[in-house]
Design a binder for this molecule. Structure first.
Ligand code: AKG
Ligand code: FE2
Length: 468
């Protein structure tokens, strides 16, 4: 496969056990109060002096770490200071800042996003010169704890990289480098890393300055289900790459530049990666696709914005897999129960009725549907396009040219009236953003309501190679 396609696909489907980035904040988020007696000290972590940070370091307790269910002090294992939650208060709050939601989006792609999460402030840590924390995994504090969130404040420091390891892979997050980029610094930002509990991590020695962090424990919390705050403006996700706007835009530009890729132009298709609060049953309210661009998250939001930034017109559309059982005899093996013809729709139109004289697929096309001829971008010759079973347990299989054959061989008369659209899929269609509508089917005189499942996906038309 062509590297440009692979690159974009990888960015869009990458599944990492961690995420990282920066978040620009109002200056009051950086104010820290700390102390064990009635009189607390105040330090502004955005403009803290070395003297102030030295004092904070002195006032902290030596940080222990968990070994075999016990908390032990061992300076060959961890050299850092810590404060427990009752000994400090900081303006920053991960939930209020929108960071918990951002982290949830980055860690749980797909239908898993419906898992609600909660963050609990755990500790403040300070690593002075030569401070470090050897490789370890965090001890879960409860059964529903699934990960940790580390927030790094912009106090000057060198070294102190957070190294993460999981299933033979390793990633390094260099907070001092990230936070000292001029635009990040100008915007008063914190850096963050969130990871699942089975990710081993390590803080490399701090060579100079002070590295100040607060950690949160992350929990599943079903009582918050359905809670979905809007996206946060100051957020810059670095990993996963697909949620990182500049990185995704580069990958997209590389694809557009490849002159051998759809030289005459065409339509690209993308499956959505996250689940959105759509009405599960649509019965004539306004088109829910119209408000959807504003709700997009993570890689979906980044992809939509990237298309726009390239002067393209991304469209959120529906795909309906119309069943044509009459065609099954002709085209598929007896194992297949029916042929599914993918039909594109721009709004979730209900089909009032289809009787046994009319062809249901033709009926849907009369309501604005277009028969989709699916391809997989870059696969030459095209391979069968396979999808997972849908929620009715039915096996979904778009045979490469099934809809073509259906169009031109089985229904030649219809083919003249039906519009088609060839879509080159970059990532697989997902089936967790579903709208259901009814279709009344008449079998003789007997009306029967049948459900139509429509999945949201994204298409974007690109021009010929010469013009892009
Ligand atoms: O401060 C950090 O960067 C990480 C701290 C940590 O790993 C822990 O507290 O378990
Ligand atoms: Fe840890």
């Amino acid at each position: 496969m062509k590297p440009a396609i692979e690159n974009l696909q990888k960015a869009l489907t990458e599944n990492l056990p961690y995420c990282s980035g920066t978040l620009a904040l109002d200056p009051r988020n950086f104010i820290l109060f700390y102390g064990k007696e009635n009189r607390a000290r105040r330090v502004d972590l955005l403009h803290a002096s070395v003297k102030q940070l030295n004092r904070l370091e002195r006032k902290c307790d030596p940080a222990p770490f968990g070994r075999n269910d016990q908390s032990v002090l061992d300076s060959t294992y961890r050299k850092a200071g810590k404060l427990d939650v009752e000994h400090f208060a900081v303006g920053f709050d991960a939930d209020r800042a929108g960071l918990v939601e951002a982290v949830r989006t980055a860690l749980f792609p797909g239908s898993e996003l419906s898992k609600a999460v909660r963050a609990e402030l755990y500790k403040l840590n300070i690593y002075g010169q030569d401070g470090f924390f050897k490789p370890h995994t965090d001890t879960p504090r409860a059964e529903d704890m699934f990960g940790s969130l580390v927030v790094i404040f912009p106090t000057p420091h060198e070294g102190g990289e957070l190294v993460l390891r999981h299933q033979g892979q390793e990633w390094t997050f260099n907070s001092s480098e990230v936070l000292s980029q001029p635009d990040i610094q100008a915007a008063a930002s914190v850096a963050f890393v969130a990871f699942f509990s089975d990710v081993e991590h390590e803080v490399l020695p701090v060579r100079a300055g002070h590295r100040v962090t607060v950690t949160y424990n992350l929990y599943y919390d079903s009582s918050r289900a359905g809670y979905a705050p809007p996206p946060v403006p100051g957020l810059r996700m670095l990993q996963p790459t697909g949620a990182n706007l500049p990185a995704l835009s580069d990958a997209f530009a590389m694809l557009l530049k490849d002159r051998t890729m759809l030289p005459d132009g065409g339509i690209l298709g993308f499956g959505l990666r996250h689940q959105y609060p759509l009405p599960t049953f649509w019965s004539g309210e306004p088109n829910p696709l119209e408000g959807l661009p504003a709700l997009l998250k993570g890689t979906d939001a980044a992809l939509f914005a990237t298309c726009k930034a390239h002067g393209l017109n991304p469209r959120l559309r529906l795909i309906y897999e119309a069943e044509d059982s009459a065609a099954s005899d002709t085209f598929v093996s007896p194992v297949e129960r029916s042929v599914l013809i993918p039909i594109l729709l721009d709004s979730p139109t209900s089909v009032d009725s289809a009787d046994d004289d009319s062809d249901p697929i033709q009926e849907i096309c009369e309501y604005g549907g277009v028969v989709m001829l699916p391809r997989i971008l870059g696969q030459d010759p095209p391979e069968p396009l396979l999808g997972p079973p849908d929620r009715r347990g039915k096996r979904i299989q778009y045979i490469r040219d099934l809809s073509d054959r259906w169009m031109w061989a089985y229904k030649p008369a219809l083919a003249q009236n039906i519009k088609t659209e060839t879509v080159h899929m970059v990532t697989e269609i997902t089936r967790f953003n579903t709208l259901r509508t009814t279709m009344v089917v008449y079998l003789g005189n007997e009306p029967a309501a049948s459900l139509m499942y429509k999945y949201v996906f994204l298409t974007v038309a690109i021009g010929p190679a010469k013009a892009r």
